[in-house]
Design a protein around this ligand. Structure first.
Ligand SMILES: [Zn+2]
Length: 292
């Protein structure tokens, strides 16, 4: 399985001298499983992926499977600007939970298209088809499963299994126990919400690569409880609990500078050393590849 990162930001795309190294595009991850092309989320990073695919396709038809975690802008805004949709023949299959198909349609037809952009996007040349996620969606030899996360609106994470390797993508997720203290019942050795959080970690169990929401620093988190995002510490807790091998800090806050991302990664590594953990921390820049 080959993974390439096209957008690492959350919230809104940014550009400026402080973000040139890690890049400012929002969530989009390309995953290749043999000949199959899977795309996790269609944030503004999908625009760069589209340009790259145009060179790669050289006129051949597109065949891509786009998995949407949810429909917030930072995960969908690249879709109407994905060039192969207008320039290639072929197929773009979009997978998501019920209701996401209607949002997708609104990008290309209906009033919303005109309300949000001055030029009509026009008729897609590729065939765009929406499919509801199955418990396990088979894409060639790759198996994609999903799990509900704690984020405003319905949001899911994905697990891709291919030839004995696993990639887990759980972004836009806030630990339940941080946001719903009143629901903690204490009726067991462990609270109800802690158990739900453990199920998220179980979904990521033994992941070779875990891509997780790390929007806030631990210090910032106290002021933003309930926004539906994790702190860097939360991302590490999920990864350690899941016994993941590598953790990608993802969905960087739009105000986060390159230097701050470096500092956060360094402090994570120092904490892991103190914990005697083998977990590896990755902070890919746009265009970086990881092979599993
Ligand atoms: Zn987001």
């Amino acid at each position: 399985m080959d993974v390439r990162f096209w957008g690492m930001r959350g919230g809104v795309p940014i550009c400026g001298p402080d973000s040139q190294r890690y890049g400012g595009n929002t969530a989009c991850v390309e995953v290749r499983c043999g000949d199959e092309l899977l795309i996790l989320d269609g944030g503004s990073g999908m625009i760069g992926l589209g340009r790259h695919l145009m060179q790669e396709l050289k006129g051949a038809p597109l065949d891509a499977k786009l998995f949407l975690s949810h429909t917030h802008w930072d995960h969908t805004m690249g879709i109407p600007f994905f060039l192969p949709v207008y320039k290639s023949e072929g197929q773009l299959t979009v997978y998501g939970i019920a209701g996401m198909g209607e949002v997708l349609k609104s990008f290309f037809e209906g009033a919303e298209a005109g309300e949000h952009f001055p030029v009509p996007f026009g008729k897609p040349k590729v065939n765009i088809e929406f499919k509801e996620l199955l418990e396990t969606t088979q894409v060639g030899e790759a198996a994609v499963s999903y799990y509900y996360l704690n984020h405003p609106g319905l949001t899911v994470g994905f697990r891709v299994e291919y030839q004995g390797k696993s990639l887990v993508y759980v972004t836009d997720n806030e630990p339940y126990r941080s946001t719903n203290q009143e629901l903690i019942r204490g009726d067991d050795d462990e609270s109800y919400l802690a158990r739900i959080d453990r199920e998220v970690a179980a979904f990521a169990h033994s992941a070779d690569l875990l891509i997780a929401d790390a929007t806030y620093s631990d210090d910032e988190y106290a002021d933003v409880v309930g926004m539906g995002h994790s702190s860097v510490g939360d991302a590490m807790r999920i990864a350690i609990s899941a016994q993941a091998k590598r953790l990608v800090l993802f969905h960087h806050h739009p105000l986060r500078s390159d230097q701050q991302i470096d500092d956060i990664a360094q402090s994570c590594r120092a904490r892991l050393t103190r914990l005697n953990s083998k977990l590896e921390i990755l902070t890919p820049t746009e265009g970086d590849r990881v092979s599993l």
